[in-house]
Design a protein around this ligand. Structure first.
Ligand SMILES: Cc1cc2nc3c(=O)[nH]c(=O)nc-3n(C[C@H](O)[C@H](O)[C@H](O)COP(=O)(O)OP(=O)(O)OC[C@H]3O[C@@H](n4cnc5c(N)ncnc54)[C@H](O)[C@@H]3O)c2cc1C
Length: 307
């Protein structure tokens, strides 16, 4: 059976769920398809979201799901969207379990995905004592001894950012550093050690990093790690449908979340590099307002009774 609604939202993180809330309140029929594989599933706490500081990603979603229950035109499906087709008047979505849905508008809120971590032992500490965003987890690691795993132009940038939380850190470039002489000189002037040998492994106990071991045998004891992950789009579907993408896997949109394909929108991490839950939720809400405006405008045009 093919269920038809106004809007299908693929992705049920902060962006997709806040979009569903705004659209539900605007009396639009919505299906949120989500397979519960967000990037932040590795972490125990989400910080910096006012009224939700420290909430776990699971608790956040549970609270969002409960709030959405007040809006009967919104339903959620636990499934993976596997294919999307654009027809003249609608979009058809097929899921891995074989269900089919169609909608007038489509919102990709699919987030981003980490590419496989290339450092041995990093997966064991990711989200517990190794993090990617100082604004999310810097407070918890304040004044601690840290290692930054980062290279190139990001190294100096991350060093400057981290120096607001701790002065006790050094950099591992995991191989010959791709640093300009200028950046290298600036790091040296600020007393930041740069270790260039490849990382052999990260030793840890119950998710807590103990030391970073380099290929030359150097052991660097530390209490936490920040690293620069490599990201890609949370789903192949936007590209398959013809959405224009950036080199870093973001869907290109205008400031209201509209993509290059009529009727297709994107919000949250999928379409941005801000990587903050509150920014994702806000972009979901604003994009939903744009979608609702289009739906109302189209219905208005279709219902002209007086010439
Ligand atoms: C380790 C870590 C810690 C973080 N900590 C913080 C923090 O403390 N504070 C903060 O503000 N931000 C934090 N962030 C960032 C924050 O989690 C993201 O910015 C936010 O979750 C993005 O929301 P989103 O809705 O855009 O995407 P996501 O939350 O990533 O949700 C996307 C959803 O789409 C689903 N999906 C993708 N493709 C499909 C498909 N084909 N079919 C069905 N479902 C699909 C995924 O399963 C996922 O559930 C952290 C991120 C990481 C990785």
């Amino acid at each position: 059976m093919n269920t038809k609604v106004d809007v299908i939202i693929i992705g049920g993180g902060p962006a997709g769920l806040n979009a569903a809330l705004v659209l539900g309140r605007a009396r639009k029929s919505v299906i949120v398809i989500d397979d519960l594989q967000p990037r932040n599933i590795v972490t125990r706490e989400t910080h910096g979201f006012l009224t939700r500081d420290g909430v776990s990603p699971r608790e956040f979603r549970k609270a969002a799901h409960e709030e959405l229950e007040a809006y009967p035109s919104v339903s959620r499906v636990s499934d993976t969207a596997a294919a999307v087709t654009k027809n003249e008047d609608d979009f058809e979505i097929t899921t891995v379990s074989g269900a089919m849905y169609s909608s007038k508008k489509l919102l990709f809120a699919v987030g981003k995905k980490d590419l496989p971590l290339s450092v041995d032992g990093l997966a064991e500490v990711y989200g517990t004592s190794a993090f990617v965003c100082p604004y999310c987890d810097g407070w918890e690691l304040r004044d601690k001894k840290l290692i930054l795993i980062v290279d190139g132009t990001h190294a100096l940038h991350l060093a400057k950012v981290i120096s607001g939380w701790t002065k006790d850190y050094s950099i591992c470039t995991n191989g010959p550093a791709e640093l300009t002489d200028e950046d290298r000189g600036e790091l040296t002037r600020h007393g930041v050690l740069v270790h260039e040998p490849a990382i052999r492994t990260i030793e840890s106990k119950a998710g807590m990093v103990q030391q970073v071991v380099l290929e030359d045998g150097t052991r660097l004891p530390c209490e936490g790690i920040f690293f620069a992950p490599k990201l890609t789009s949370g789903s192949d579907l936007p590209l398959a449908l013809g959405c224009e993408m950036t080199e870093t896997g973001s869907i290109l949109t205008d400031e209201y979340g509209k993509t290059n394909i009529s009727g297709v929108f994107s919000a949250g991490d999928a379409a941005s590099e801000k990587y903050q839950a509150i920014a994702a939720a806000a972009s979901g809400a604003l994009t939903a307002i744009m979608i609702n405006g289009e739906l109302n405008g189209e219905a208005w045009e279709a219902n002209v009774t007086v010439e």
